[in-house]
Structure formats: structure tokens, C-alpha cells
Design a protein around this ligand. Structure first.
Ligand SMILES: Cc1cc2nc3c(=O)[nH]c(=O)nc-3n(C[C@H](O)[C@H](O)[C@H](O)COP(=O)(O)OP(=O)(O)OC[C@H]3O[C@@H](n4cnc5c(N)ncnc54)[C@H](O)[C@@H]3O)c2cc1C
Length: 401
């Protein structure tokens, strides 16, 4: 492999082959495996020991930002602007590796990388890319993506945030809600409706007068991730901070589509940890004089869980490769998100039941993953919205409204 790091194909302490039954990581090349090993090392040594504390305190682990920068994985699958130009599949595996420890961290990474950097990469002018992508790649600047509003979630076309032209500037007014990384972002991609009815994307910088990003509290899911409102009161944004080519909702929706396939991978990571935890526990927990792993009902749960984890991993790998080849269609991502998130939630719930009462405590990671997955079911398109996308692709009929 030409690297001093351990080979991820002999992971410790993962109890192979249950978690990677079909050996999906075997398909990565040596360079990709080396990157994945680095991420695994970071997640195991820096994140795993502290995640419970931050999750319990409803706080973002700022102490992770310096070592995160050293990973050098910002804009992993982007070419140019200092980015590494890796495969899209590798980006997915990194998301899986992060969510294996906690989806809050995978969400921080996915939004910064996929949604914020991804939007600039897809829709930004050359000047915007030159200005923002190198420091975002280096982790020196953090980004967020503001589409959802208090009254516009699944139907972003009903957004109320406005952008009015004023000379060579734009004046933005409105509010966004549920915005990941909002309060820690240096730049927010804000989607707004112009007087003419177009949907435009703006790079709103954190110090622009009239812009605030207060934290949202009391989430019982993704508790170690920053979720914020974005409040815009007469925020003056220069024309050079507007994405030049995007004028319809198709713009933000394509950015979302680019990023959300990472979720198809990420949830497999969460499910994998639930499976491994339940498997270990079942071998040690003695009930009626023998380990619960020896009962057929437990084995059925474990076999079904392993099936879901490994089916999900194959789907993710296939979609990642299709995306690398440029053949992946939005409805295929929708089906991948629907199936893999639902499967991961089923795995988490079965794991929780195998752990009995211990399944509801933070001493084991299962309930944390289970609660995190409830958000994943909803964000970047709810399960129902993706069901309607697949239904439309199958029937040709639009049942959204
Ligand atoms: C922790 C967290 C982080 C998030 N991060 C971001 C972010 O970074 N940026 C961002 O822009 N957004 C973000 N979101 C917002 C997320 O994308 C929205 O919550 C999601 O799109 C759903 O919108 P909503 O919550 O308004 O639900 P609603 O749209 O009000 O939906 C409520 C219910 O109605 C269902 N429904 C909607 N339409 C139909 C229909 N046509 N037929 C049948 N059922 C329907 C939905 O599926 C859902 O079950 C985040 C959300 C959370 C919880």
C-alpha cells in the first residue's frame, strides 16, 4: 500500500465478517484505502472518546476542528482549487466511516463539503470558486446551506426569503430554519426569491450587517451537530456574491442531489455500529443460563440486521460508482436514500431491543444512532418526498400536489 497506516481491510476492533460481509471496502484502491484509514483513525481516536459527552451536552465539539483540518479531505471529490479530486465513491465511504461513530459529525462534514462547497463548485462564478473553495478545502472557512424556512420545507418553492435589487447590490430579507453549521459558518449559501420570481443563490458572509445565525436548542437527535436559524434583516449583498447562472429551484435541488447520495453511505455506517454492538452484547448477555446469541429469535434479528447493513452497503457502492461514471439519476438516489435510511432505522431498533434496558442508555451507542437516524429520515428530502420521486419516475404521474 505504500503507507504506514494500518490496512482497513483488517480493521480492529470491528468483528469481521459480520459488518462487511460482501467486502465492499475491498473495491477501493490502495490510495483510497489509505485515506479511509486516516479518517477511521481520526474517528476512533479523536471523536469516539468524546462524542457521548458532547451529544449529552447538546454541544458541537469545536476541539475537533484543528485535527479535522489535518485530514485534508475538504472538497474530497472536487477537482482544482486545492481539492484532492478523489472519487465520489470515496467521499461516500468517508461519510460512512464518520457516521459509524456519529451522524452529527458526518452531517457537519456532509453539509460543509457536499452542500456548501458543492453549491459553490456547481453554481459559483470563477471568482467565487477561487475565493472560497481553497480555504473551505483547508477547513479554514466553514460553510452552510440555507434552503429550508419555517413555512417551506418539503416545498421549497414556497420560500418567503426575498432578494431585492438595489443598484449593484441585493437586499435580503427573511428567515431560514434547521440550518446545519449555521452558527459556525463563515459563509452561508442563502436561497432567495427575486422580484421577478427567480430563485437565486447568495453567498452571505457571517459579518454582513443584518445577518444573524442563532443556535436552535432542545434537539433530541444529532445533538453534537450545530443547527441554526438564519435571520436576514435588510442584509446588503453585492452582486459578486450571487451565483451567476442559477435562476430556478432546479439550482438548489441539483446541489442537494449532488450531496445527498452521501447519506446513502452514511446510514450504513450508523447501522453497522448498531449491528456490531448488538452482536457483541448478545454473546455476553446470559439469560436463562445461556447467551442470548444462542436463541433463534436473537439470531433471526442479527441475520436480518446483517442483511440490511450489507444490502445497504452494496446499494451505496453501486450508486457511488454510477455517480463517478456520471450516469446516476435523481430518482435512483431517492430510492437509495429511502431504502438505506429505512433499513438503518430497522437495524437500530432491533439492536436496541437486543440490548434490553441497556439499549436506552448512552453507555452503548445504539440509542444515539437511532435518534440521529430520525433526522436523517427527514433531512435532504423526507422519506415521503423521495417516495413520491420514485413514484413519479415509475408512473410518469406527479403526485406531489
Ligand atoms: C437536524 C436537521 C438539520 C437540517 N439541516 C438542514 C440544512 O443544513 N439546510 C437546509 O436547508 N435544511 C436543513 N434541514 C431541513 C430539512 O431538510 C427539512 O426538515 C425537510 O426538508 C422537511 O421539511 P419540514 O421539516 O418543513 O417538514 P414538512 O415539509 O412540513 O413535512 C412534514 C411531513 O409532511 C410530509 N409531506 C410533505 N409533502 C408531502 C406530500 N406532497 N405528500 C405526502 N406527504 C408530504 C413530509 O414527508 C413530512 O412527513 C435540516 C433538518 C433537521 C431536522
Amino acid at each position: 500500500m505504500g503507507t504506514a497506516t494500518k490496512d482497513i481491510r483488517q480493521p480492529k476492533p470491528l468483528p469481521a465478517p459480520n459488518s462487511d460481509f460482501y467486502g465492499v471496502t475491498e473495491t477501493l484502491n490502495a490510495e483510497e484505502l489509505a485515506t479511509l484509514n486516516q479518517v477511521r483513525e481520526f474517528m476512533n481516536t479523536k471523536v469516539a472518546p468524546i462524542i457521548n459527552k458532547y451529544w449529552a451536552e447538546d454541544a458541537f465539539p469545536f476541539e475537533l476542528l484543528p485535527p479535522f483540518k489535518e485530514l485534508n479531505i475538504g472538497g474530497l471529490a472536487m477537482k482544482g482549487y486545492g481539492c484532492r479530486g478523489g472519487s465520489v465513491a470515496l467521499f461516500g465511504f468517508v461519510a460512512m466511516e464518520m457516521a459509524r461513530i456519529d451522524a452529527s459529525i458526518a452531517t457537519f462534514f456532509g453539509v460543509h463539503n457536499g452542500l456548501a462547497m458543492g453549491s459553490i463548485y456547481l453554481g459559483g462564478s470563477e471568482e467565487q470558486k477561487q475565493r472560497w473553495l481553497p480555504p473551505m478545502h483547508a477547513g479554514e472557512k466553514i460553510g452552510c446551506f440555507g434552503l429550508t424556512e419555517p413555512d417551506a420545507g418539503s416545498d421549497p418553492g414556497s420560500m418567503r426569503t426575498t432578494a431585492k435589487r438595489d443598484g449593484s447590490d441585493w437586499i435580503l430579507n427573511g428567515a431560514k430554519m434547521w440550518i446545519t453549521n449555521g452558527s459556525i459558518a463563515d459563509v452561508a449559501i442563502v436561497w432567495a426569491r427575486t422580484d421577478g420570481g427567480d430563485i437565486n443563490g447568495f453567498l452571505v458572509e457571517k459579518d454582513m450587517p443584518g445577518f444573524e445565525a442563532p443556535l436552535m436548542h432542545h434537539k433530541l437527535s444529532l445533538r453534537a451537530s450545530v443547527t441554526s436559524e438564519l435571520v436576514l434583516r435588510d442584509v446588503r449583498v453585492p452582486e459578486e456574491n450571487r451565483f451567476p447562472e442559477i435562476s430556478t429551484l432546479r439550482g438548489p435541488l441539483s446541489c442537494l442531489n449532488e450531496a445527498r447520495f452521501g447519506i446513502v453511505f452514511g446510514v450504513v455506517g450508523s447501522a453497522r455500529t448498531c449491528l456490531e454492538t448488538a452482536l457483541d452484547y448478545s454473546k455476553e448477555r446470559i439469560v436463562f443460563d445461556k447467551p442470548i446469541a444462542g436463541y433463534q429469535l436473537t439470531q433471526q434479528k442479527l441475520a436480518e440486521m446483517a442483511l440490511e447493513v450489507n444490502r445497504g452497503a452494496l446499494v451505496a457502492l453501486h450508486l457511488g460508482r454510477m455517480k463517478d461514471e456520471g450516469t446516476l439519476r435523481p430518482e435512483q438516489v431517492s430510492m437509495g436514500k429511502m431504502g438505506n435510511v429505512r433499513g438503518a432505522l430497522e437495524v437500530a431498533r432491533s439492536a436496541r431491543s437486543i440490548l434490553g434496558g441497556n439499549g436506552i442508555t448512552l453507555e452503548y451507542p445504539v440509542i444515539r444512532h437511532m435518534n440521529n437516524l430520525e433526522t436523517v429520515l427527514t433531512y435532504e428530502g423526507t422519506h415521503e418526498v423521495h417516495t413520491l420521486s420514485v413514484g413519479k419516475a415509475l408512473t410518469g404521474e406527479n403526485a406531489f400536489r
